[in-house]
Design a protein around this ligand. Structure first.
Ligand SMILES: Nc1nc2c(c(=O)[nH]1)N[C@H]1C(S)=C(S)[C@@H](COP(=O)(O)O)O[C@H]1N2
Ligand SMILES: [Mo]
Length: 264
């Protein structure tokens, strides 16, 4: 859907591109490894402002949609991966699943697909896996490095065969944020969803994914801010647009003012 855009971008307006590259580099170098809170909260504000203000097209000027997120050596892994947002969903359906080690959990994949399917955790683990050490950046002003193992989302999508009109991949979660009425959900476009580092992760730092970090399955979209990486995934829905979901903006935090495009 947006291939033509990314090709067009090369060679356009080099001055603007250099400016944007510099603007992001200034924010980027201030991010610390590990799970440290940033000392100057305005640093993250700068990054977040830039992220909100730049159009999706502008981002493509400075980073190809195919580029890889940085991966780190094992020595950089934080001793404890910080948890944020929901850390222990309270719905009775989730509690029962958690009490039985997620034995009865299945991932439903449906919507605009030719072959809707459900996958058990064992079925997902039997698919080819990828392991990567990456840094998660939260808009609240911290970052954390961890090692994730999971199934490449593109492999799951290949199995359900998205229809021609499918444009976005929506992740439906098990938790109501802060006990409110709305379930967490998020979405990626098909380019981000099919990126080689986009995983449905079931392991963190060599252990089963902890409940605090999204057990039994959470998204890793390593070129995106933390809020895109849905935890507690119950269902994946391929859609043409977001109109029927939440308040129509493609995600729980997007419905509350965050930018849908959260590329970093
Ligand atoms: N289902 C769900 N997914 C979520 C959240 C949440 O509250 N619920 N918080 C998001 C935010 S803001 C961040 S920074 C990361 C936190 O992931 P972590 O708890 O593994 O650090 O998850 C994201 N995914
Ligand atoms: Mo976040």
């Amino acid at each position: 859907m947006s291939d033509s855009t990314s090709h067009d971008d090369h060679g356009h307006d080099g001055g603007r591109r250099r400016f944007l590259t510099r603007a992001l580099a200034v924010g980027g170098t201030a991010l610390l490894a590990g799970c440290d809170r940033l000392s100057q909260s305005d640093t993250m504000e700068t990054i977040f402002d830039a992220t909100s203000a730049l159009s999706q097209k502008a981002h493509r000027l400075i980073a190809s949609r195919q580029s890889l997120a940085r991966e780190y050596p094992p020595s950089e892994i934080a001793p404890t991966f910080r948890a944020n947002g929901t850390t222990n969903p309270t719905s009775s359906a989730y509690r029962i699943l958690a009490d039985y080690d997620f034995l009865g959990w299945t991932l439903k994949v449906d919507g605009q697909v030719e072959v809707p399917q459900s996958f058990s955790l064992d079925e997902l683990k039997a698919l080819p896996s990828r392991t990567q050490i990456t840094r998660q950046d939260c808009v609240e002003g911290w970052s954390c490095i961890g090692q994730w193992k999971g199934v490449v989302l593109a492999d799951v999508l290949d199995r359900v065969r998205p229809s021609d009109n499918a444009r976005f991949v929506v992740f439906h979660c098990a938790d109501n944020v802060y006990g409110g009425p709305d379930r967490y959900y998020e979405s990626l476009d098909l380019i981000e969803a099919n990126h080689p580092q986009t995983l449905l992760a079931y392991e963190l730092n060599g252990e089963a994914l902890p409940v605090a970090n999204g057990a039994p399955l959470r998204l890793r979209a390593e070129r995106q801010l933390g809020y895109k990486m849905a935890k507690y995934i119950m269902r994946i829905e391929l859609v043409e647009d977001f109109r029927h979901l939440g308040r129509g903006n493609g995600g729980y935090w997007e419905d509350r003012g965050y930018s849908w495009w959260a590329g970093i």
